[in-house]
Design a protein around this ligand. Sequence first.
Ligand SMILES: Nc1nc2c(ncn2[C@@H]2O[C@H](COP(=O)(O)OP(=O)(O)OP(=O)(O)O)[C@@H](O)[C@H]2O)c(=O)[nH]1
Ligand SMILES: [Mg+2]
Ligand SMILES: [Zn+2]
Length: 300
Amino acid sequence: MEPSDIAREGVVVAHYGVAVAVRFDADGPVRVRVPRRTPIRVGDRVSVEGETLLRVETARGVLRRRDSHGRVRSVAANLDALGIVLAPRPESPLGFVERGLVAARASGLDPLIVVNKADLEGAEELHASVAAGYGGTVQVLRVSALSGEGLGGLRTWLEAGRRGVFVGTSGVGKSSLLNALLPDLDLAVGAINDASGLGRHITSTATLHSLAGGGELIDTPGFRDFGPVEVSARELATYFPGFEESLGEGCRFRDCLHRSEPACAVLAGVEAGRVSTHRHAGYLALLAELQAVEDSNRGH
Ligand SMILES: Nc1nc2c(ncn2[C@@H]2O[C@H](COP(=O)(O)OP(=O)(O)OP(=O)(O)O)[C@@H](O)[C@H]2O)c(=O)[nH]1
Ligand SMILES: [Mg+2]
Ligand SMILES: [Zn+2]
């Protein structure tokens, strides 16, 4: 029997729509055809015979998002950690960090905020404001793919064989950071459009890479729509960054949605200045979005 006739277990390291690349313990990636719309993601463990996909194993730590058309998209699977990448240029959409943190908590992933392009003007202010807003509960790193500053912190974050994924809007430097972490890697990186200040969507497919010192990191195509999937409107507040302390006080109503209910601990937190009105407004916007999805699923 040829070795290729034996079913082997591997991990999906790239997804090309009609095919995936599968890496095995013993050898490098093999291209495996998959029917369109097969629910298979980078990071999935699969069983393969020759060049045929037999089975996709049940995954844990799955990151999904809802796009602006309401479609659910899988980002990656079998994750331990989520790196939310920001830069002074291009700016990230309003609420992107909050959404990332909600998604991480709902999927059981350890979140990290990465402020890239530390060499650029504005990085210091961005880092300071992100650290002030989220630093209490989440680690915030200031790094530069260009100068190499702070890369040690990223390596440490993935130590002990953890698997992380980078998400962020196009052009913040996700692929550049991977290239900087892995000298042998040569992922395509792109210029920012001078007129719009936006990235040009250089990366078109998610890819998984192993770091020399341990751990794995997944590069993903940039996106702006980060609708939460793994969380219901009812649960949102418990995952929302900055509400922890206030929620600990307890609201009068057990099903309080923290909008305008009497004796609401979150509203009391806003009143006392523990929760910024800006943060609360971000919560209300996300809550309305989740309720709209739930209403349409109920056939309203
Ligand atoms: N000054 C500076 N520029 C950087 C840094 N990191 C990345 N860039 C530049 O930012 C631009 C976009 O970088 P990419 O790595 O392609 O960004 P990306 O997040 O992978 O973008 P998508 O693949 O489109 O999602 C490129 O011109 C990079 O050279 C950095 O630390 N400092
Ligand atoms: Mg990229
Ligand atoms: Zn409340």
